[in-house]
Write a protein of this length. Structure first.
Length: 234
C-alpha cells in the first residue's frame, strides 16, 4: 500500500511539474537586449532564437529591442521596444508596459486568448491588433472583433459616430463648437462594463473614458512596421 501511495504521489508531482512548465510557444526572432524570467525565478536570462516560451515566463525588451514569438496554435506576437509580456497561461497574456502586435489565429470560445492590460481586459478569438500600454493607452484593430472589458468601474464610451457629429457641427458653426461639445458630453457617453471593438477602428483610454475613432494613415504605418519585423524572420 505504501509503495502504491508513493507511486501516486510521484505521478501527481510529475503532472504538476509538467503543467507548470507547459510550453506556450517559441521565439522566432530576437533583436537587441531581450530577456526572459521564468516563473519562480528572480534571474533574467538572454532570449535567443528558438527559445521555448513556457507558462509563467515574463519577456522584456529594452530600448531599441524587438522580439517575435510564435504560439503553439500559429498565432504571432511582436514585442516592440521597452515592452513586457507575461504568459500567465496558454490563454492569458498580461501586457503591463510597451506596445505589442497580435496576430491571433481563429479560436473557439473556450480557448479564446485574453490580453490583460492596466486599463482593460481584451478578449480575442481570432484577429490582428496592436495594444499600446504606454501613457497613450490604446487598442488598434485591423481585422476581426475584440471584446473590451473593464477591470474597474464602467467605461464612458464615446463612439466614432458621436465624434463625427461633433466634427460636422464644428465645420458648420466653429464659434459655437466648444459650447456644443461641453453640452453634448454630459449625455453622449455610453456607460458600459464591456463592449466590442470592430475592425478598422481604434480606441484610446483616459482612465475610464474611452474614445473610439476611425482608422488613419498613421495606423496603417504602424501595422506595416510590425509586419516588416515579422517578414524579416528567416
Amino acid at each position: 500500500m505504501k509503495k502504491v501511495l508513493i507511486s501516486l504521489f510521484i505521478a501527481l508531482l510529475s503532472v504538476t511539474v509538467a503543467s507548470a512548465n507547459a510550453a506556450v510557444g517559441s521565439v522566432e526572432l530576437s533583436k537587441g537586449n531581450v530577456k526572459v524570467k521564468s516563473e519562480g525565478s528572480f534571474k533574467k536570462s538572454k532570449v535567443t532564437k528558438g527559445l521555448e516560451i513556457k507558462k509563467g515566463d515574463l519577456i522584456t525588451t529594452s530600448k531599441d529591442a524587438n522580439a517575435v514569438i510564435k504560439l503553439l496554435d500559429g498565432s504571432t506576437l511582436v514585442l516592440d521596444a521597452s515592452s513586457t509580456l507575461h504568459f500567465a497561461s496558454a490563454n492569458m497574456a498580461e501586457q503591463e508596459t510597451g506596445k505589442v502586435y497580435y496576430k491571433i489565429t481563429s479560436r473557439d470560445a473556450k480557448n479564446a486568448l485574453k490580453v490583460k492590460t492596466p486599463f482593460a481586459i481584451i478578449g480575442i478569438k481570432g484577429t490582428t491588433f496592436i495594444v499600446d500600454s504606454t501613457e497613450k493607452a490604446s487598442v488598434k484593430l485591423k481585422e476581426g472583433v475584440v471584446g473590451i472589458q473593464s477591470i474597474k468601474e464602467e467605461f464612458e464610451l464615446y463612439r466614432k459616430a458621436v465624434q463625427a457629429e461633433y466634427n460636422k457641427y464644428l465645420s458648420e458653426q466653429e464659434a459655437a463648437y466648444q459650447k456644443y461639445l461641453n453640452e453634448q458630453n454630459k449625455g453622449a457617453a455610453l456607460l458600459t462594463k464591456e463592449f466590442d471593438l470592430q475592425a478598422g477602428n481604434t480606441i484610446s483610454f483616459e482612465g475610464q473614458k474611452v474614445n473610439e475613432k476611425a482608422w488613419t494613415k498613421e495606423d496603417d504605418a504602424e501595422f506595416e512596421r510590425f509586419e516588416k519585423l515579422m517578414g524579416s524572420i528567416k
